[in-house]
Write a protein that binds this ligand. Structure first.
Ligand code: 5GP
Length: 212
């Protein structure tokens, strides 16, 4: 992978590629779901078990890294200025301020090219606003909304144990709002039992890869 920087340490691992539009026939899988929907676990299972080769897009964000998060693996951690420079250069497929947090997140076009170059389908784990933008640009995108039985939301969110009360409340509000967009996705999967949700998504992908 090519690496480049805009002159600060945080951007060092980010591919410094020109903002070319990726081929329109790149396979895009978009997965969204409220906090507590178990997205992260589902994604790691899919990366290992999907019937098609999935490559997870690494998003850029202005949020500071959490303990154990690695620049260039979990996210490309950028300063607000670096993010804005990338945005103005047209480097993002989509970007949004997520959870009214003041932090920006975005999918770099270079991530789509990275997946296509590796003969994979790119998997975007992004919020609803970003997902709607992607669906507009890629109408054939496989969009999946992962939801959770309501009583599970709060429990899972709190079980992480890494966040404060105000943060949790904001996420719960976002979850409520995001649920109203579930119908805009091509597929809705309820993550009641992890195993079932993973299998259901695998079946969806298999069917799209090999239509009968
Ligand atoms: P976290 O800060 O917990 O890692 O992620 C917060 C939220 O940001 C998640 O709900 C995730 O879906 C969303 N997110 C992560 N990357 C992107 C991105 O590239 N674009 C958009 N629009 N949302 C993202």
């Amino acid at each position: 992978m090519e690496h480049g920087a805009l002159g600060s340490n945080t951007g060092l691992l980010m591919p410094d590629l020109p903002p070319l539009l990726p081929s329109p026939d790149v396979h895009v899988v978009v997965l969204s779901g409220p906090s507590g929907s178990g997205k992260t676990t589902v994604v790691s299972r899919l990366l290992a078990e999907s019937p098609v080769k999935l490559i997870k897009s690494i998003s850029a964000t202005t949020r500071p890294p959490r303990p154990n998060e690695i620049d260039g693996e979990d996210y490309y951690f950028l300063s607000p200025q670096e993010f804005e420079e990338r945005r103005q250069a047209g480097a993002f497929l989509e970007c949004a301020e997520v959870h009214k947090s003041g932090y920006w997140y975005g999918t770099l076009l270079s991530e789509l090219r990275r997946a296509a170059a590796a003969d994979g389908w790119v998997l975007l784990e992004i919020d609803v606003e970003g997902a709607l933008a992607v669906m507009q640009r890629y109408p054939d995108a496989v969009s999946i909304f992962l939801s959770t039985p309501p009583e599970e939301y709060e429990r899972r969110l709190r079980a992480r144990g890494t966040e404060g009360e105000a943060f949790i409340n904001r996420r719960l509000q976002t979850a409520e709002r995001e649920l109203t967009f579930a119908g805009r996705y091509r597929y809705q999967v309820v993550n009641g039992r992890l195993e079932d949700a993973v299998q259901e998504i695998c079946r969806i992908l298999e069917k799209i890869a090999q239509p009968s």
